[in-house]
Design a protein around this ligand. Structure first.
Ligand SMILES: Cc1cc2nc3c(=O)[nH]c(=O)nc-3n(C[C@H](O)[C@H](O)[C@H](O)COP(=O)(O)O)c2cc1C
Length: 183
């Protein structure tokens, strides 16, 4: 699939078929994660792949009832939880080197996009899930203190197409030379 086609065509999927994901497809997605860029190539990410229906149901309790991705947490055959080791990205010799502090959100954000685009190119659906009780998820998944849960996505074959939310026009976010100056 052409890259622009993938970037523009990928949609958040919130309804999934129960069909399992072949092992080679899963590995291809993990290659997309593996080759993502990161701060000084520190690769702070870790992925928990959840198939166990009991763990999926427990993890779903970390989402607020109003989260539209909630049903997909138990419907999808797999849940991928994206974690990050703290204090690595954005640091040099243990010292934070920019005002932005830990860059783990940035690195894992890139990973998530790589994953979602690769999944889409292989016919699979994803939806980034960020609105949930992170502390509760960390407890359920027994994540150690030096690691945090950042986001997750259900993964599976789409049962419906996603709707296409409107995007801003390019002219709404591009400036020339200085902030606020329109070209
Ligand atoms: C950081 C982040 C967090 C998100 N969290 C949720 C979420 O908790 N629940 C949900 O249903 N969708 C969530 N989304 C999906 C967005 O709602 C979706 O990407 C956006 O509406 C654009 O739609 P599209 O992905 O189909 O292009 C999240 C997306 C991002 C990037």
């Amino acid at each position: 699939m052409d890259l622009m086609e993938a970037i523009k065509g990928r949609r958040s999927i919130r309804k999934y078929k129960p069909d399992p994901i072949p092992e080679e497809v899963f590995r291809a997605l993990m290659e997309a994660v593996r080759w993502s860029p990161s701060w000084a190539n520190t690769q702070c990410w870790e992925v928990i792949a959840i198939k166990d229906p009991g763990v999926k149901s427990e993890l779903a309790t970390a989402l607020p009832k109003g989260n539209p991705a909630l049903p997909s947490m138990t419907d999808a055959p797999l849940i991928l939880v994206l974690c990050a080791k703290k204090g690595i990205s954005g640091s040099y010799k243990g010292q934070v080197v920019t005002v932005k502090g830990d860059w783990l959100m940035f690195d894992t954000g890139i990973v998530m996009q790589s994953l979602c685009l690769a999944a889409y190119s292989l016919g699979l659906g994803t939806v980034v899930v960020g609105m949930f009780d992170h502390k509760k998820a960390e407890e359920i998944l027994k994540v150690p203190q030096d690691v945090e849960v950042v986001a997750m996505t259900p993964l599976g074959y789409p049962a419906t197409e996603g709707s296409t939310p409107k995007r801003k026009d390019i002219s709404d976010f591009v400036f020339s030379d200085r902030y606020g100056k329109k070209g």
